[in-house]
Design a protein around this ligand. Structure first.
Ligand SMILES: *Cc1c(COP(=O)(O)O)cnc(C)c1O
Length: 412
């Protein structure tokens, strides 16, 4: 057996044994609240499946007016951008999209990346790397990171090679304790500090405590970065995110994605003009890659305009989340108070969680099981995501199906 085969096969075998082996399902219809899936085991397609698994919370991937406008944009701008943003790739839609994001987020300026992943990796590695100062001394950065932060934040920190301290999830007292310990152990000269957190935690659906994080950041003179991937278009009365929800300021660095509620592709950072200029000059995942297609930039701009002029779509989403949580509780399931569109239903055992997901699919409902290593071992869960266009009938049906399956398994 070759070295490569031994290495890959050993990994895959271990994944199978621990019920963490991953494989993709295919959907043969557009992303929407109902889909049809390819059932490769039975070599045919499923019937109608109720999808409670999409990040397209506002159902904008499939919004007729936006699809037509995106098609028109392809006809006008062609398929690709042809170059990096700093060479020939930058087209009018990119500039207009960034101006609109800045306005939408109440920031001075914004920069877009091809994905939210690239936005985090590029921004953190640029902000937190070592820098040789004019006097020859070296300035470095220390990062404080929530233990449940998204993988792209973790990868950005690793790439920056900054020292990183992880604080307990959403635990401000623990953050403050770690900050105090770090400051006591280290001279502060030439050190920058960054506190970084998801806005909505992608596996639990809970919100970061932005007012308290702002207070800590100000008190210690540290930078604060918040990743609003699951918050943009979802949290706050008009979908502006955490600052709107809490009625407070924005963080110094606000990251977001155009690929979830916005229904397109891309990531962004909003903040002060000098931050954005800095990132255009320093973020490697911005500089060394081809610009997103101008048609996609136009599509994302149209979608943000739609969100801006349709606050009722966001209210419908928030109403659906409340309805679904209540329906689950009526069926005897425990769910936390959710203020995002992610409803975690804790199961515990990996194999049981997988079995619930499979049984739901047999009943025409798709809710993925999330397992180790995405969440800790023994904390496997169903992760339902709600869309503004789900009907209450669908949501009630799903809540009852989940409760019935879980009750049956626990009885057996
Ligand atoms: C999804 C997600 C990202 C990545 O965004 P993409 O545009 O899908 O690359 C980054 N951060 C968080 C918190 C996310 O949930």
């Amino acid at each position: 057996m070759s070295v490569l085969n031994a290495f890959t096969d050993e990994f895959l075998q271990a994944a199978r044994e621990s019920h963490t082996y991953r494989s993709m399902r295919s959907i043969c219809t557009p992303e929407a609240d109902h889909v049809v899936m390819v059932d490769s085991a039975k070599a045919r397609n499923t019937g109608d499946v109720l999808l409670l698994a999409s990040n397209a919370y506002l159902d904008l991937c499939n919004e007729p007016g936006l699809k037509q406008a995106a098609a028109d944009a392809v006809l006008k701008w062609g398929t690709g951008s042809g170059g990096a943003r700093l060479t020939t790739g930058n087209k009018t839609p990119h500039d207009e999209l960034e101006n609109f994001i800045a306005k939408f987020k109440g920031a001075e300026a914004a920069i877009t990346f091809n994905t939210g992943y690239m936005a985090n990796v590029g921004t953190i590695s640029a902000l937190c790397c070592k820098q040789v100062c004019k006097d020859g001394s070296v300035s470095e950065c220390v990062v404080f990171s929530d233990e449940l932060n998204h993988a792209s934040i973790i990868d950005g920190i690793r790439l920056s090679r900054a020292k990183c301290f992880v604080y307990k999830h959403n635990d401000i007292a623990d953050l403050q304790r770690i900050i105090e310990e770090t400051l006591a152990a280290k001279s502060q000269a030439n050190t920058r500090y960054l506190i970084v957190s998801d806005a909505v935690f992608s596996m639990d659906g809970d919100l970061a405590n932005l007012p308290e994080l702002l207070r800590i950041a100000r008190e210690y003179g540290m930078l604060l970065m918040i990743d609003e991937a699951h918050a943009t278009g979802v949290v706050g009365k008009t979908g502006r995110g955490l600052a709107e929800h809490f009625g407070c300021e924005h963080a110094d660095v606000t990251v977001g994605t155009l690929s979830k509620a916005v229904g397109c592709e891309g990531g962004f950072v909003a903040g002060k003009k000098n931050l954005i200029e800095f990132l255009k000059n320093k973020a490697r995942s911005f500089i060394f890659t081809t610009a997103m297609s101008p048609a996609m930039a136009q599509g994302a701009l149209n979608a943000l305009r739609f969100i801006d002029s349709h606050p009722e779509r966001i209210l419908a989403l928030q109403e659906n989340v409340r309805f679904f949580c209540k329906a689950l509780r009526v069926e005897g399931m425990e769910v936390p108070d959710v203020e995002s569109a992610i409803v975690p239903i804790l199961i515990g055992d990996e194999a049981v969680a997988m079995s619930v997901t499979e049984q739901l699919l047999e009943q025409g409902i798709m809710i993925p099981a999330i397992r180790y290593p995405t969440v800790s071992k023994g904390k496997a869960r169903l992760r339902a995501s709600i869309m503004a266009t789900h009907s209450q009938k669908d949501l009630a049906y799903a809540a009852k199906a989940i409760a019935d399956i879980v009750k049956n398994i626990r009885k057996a």
